[in-house]
Design a protein around this ligand. Structure first.
Ligand code: AVJ
Length: 321
């Protein structure tokens, strides 16, 4: 999984092109990847502390309560590879419980944040081999060769981040994981579950307005990175439950007509027009098992909280008949 060195265009152009592609769609779209600059990663950590945002807290409870069982099922001498590692908070629960872990490979797109977190983990787990990889895991990336020496490879993907992907893209991410773990490995994944729409709406429209700031920060990030001129003050946050898609959609709504310049192009945004910045799919247990099966993965264990708000699931390769 490596890029050919002479066919890669200038990175900025690649980013500009993919941003333009989204802005040419109807409705206009921005990738949720734009949330996560350093400021955005910090805002996301604040979201996790919000009373309305049950996801992180519930997942953490599940990890604490069932971590021993998870560690037993993972077994000794595993390589732990985390997709979108962020603060690695939930990972610490696993690191405390796993027996003689071979190595930890956190993968994240936010470089400074990744190395900062890896540094603090290295201080707290001095004997653990930690190899951070700065990458967008939806694109080809290289893993350190030393993971081959581990007894098995475990991909950890907490936080229900898979929910950000539409069905086909989610299948591709799961297939990437399936390839990484090979025949003997497993995927440990956090998946948010369908529930009362009221509870969902509140989780993405918090009273303190942190989610709104997080959403708007995507525009600040893109302005800084691509030199665009979105008028950040002329956008409002909106998050709605879309029943027939079983997802929350985060949007930014323009409060005036504006022209945004991107590369050589001018993108016109009408007053009242929506930019979609994120989809957060919510699954039933059956629905997720079906999605996993489409990537040749079988759900071998599900851990949930008593109210079944959230789930952590162990996926293993479908046995070859
Ligand atoms: C990191 C994708 C799991 O979908 O809940 C939080 C991001 N967006 N509030 C989510 C998010 C708005 C979050 N994920």
């Amino acid at each position: 999984m490596s890029k050919s060195p002479n066919t890669v265009p200038a990175v900025d152009d690649e980013l500009t092109l993919s941003a333009l592609e989204g802005l040419r769609k109807t409705p206009k779209q921005l990738s949720p990847v734009w949330f996560y600059d350093e400021e955005g990663s910090t805002l996301f950590d604040s979201i996790c502390e919000l009373p309305e945002y049950y996801l992180t807290r519930t997942e953490m409870q599940i990890m604490t309560q069932h971590g021993d069982d998870m560690a037993r099922r993972i077994g000794p001498h595993a390589a732990l590879i985390e997709f979108g590692s962020g603060s690695s908070d939930k990972t610490r629960v696993l690191l405390d419980k796993l027996e003689s872990l071979a190595c930890y490979v956190p993968i994240d797109i936010s470089r400074d944040y990744l190395f900062e977190t890896a540094g603090s983990l290295a201080r707290d787990y001095p004997s653990l081999r930690i190899t951070p990889v700065c990458a967008d895991f939806t694109q080809p990336f290289d893993l350190p060769v030393h993971i081959a020496a581990a007894h098995r490879r475990i991909v950890y993907f907490p936080g229900s981040t898979l929910g950000n992907f539409e069905t086909e893209a989610a299948q591709r991410v799961l297939t990437t994981m399936r390839t990484i773990i090979g025949r003997k490995g497993a995927v440990l994944i956090g998946i948010d579950l369908r529930k009362d729409p009221e509870v969902l709406q509140r989780a993405y429209n918090d009273a303190a307005g942190v989610t709104a700031e997080f959403n708007l920060n995507a525009l600040r990030h893109i302005n800084r990175e691509l030199g665009t001129d979105f008028d950040v003050d002329a956008f409002e946050h909106s998050a709605l439950w879309i029943e027939n898609q079983s997802r929350i959609e985060m949007h930014l709504v323009s409060t005036r007509d504006q022209d945004v310049h991107l590369g050589d192009e001018t993108v016109h945004i009408r007053r009242g027009e929506h930019l979609r910045t994120e989809c957060c799919h919510k699954y039933t247990l059956e629905g997720f098992a079906e999605l996993a099966a489409s990537a040749d993965l079988v759900v071998s264990r599900v851990w949930t909280d008593p109210e079944q708000k959230f789930s952590v699931q162990l996926l293993e390769p479908k046995p070859i008949q």
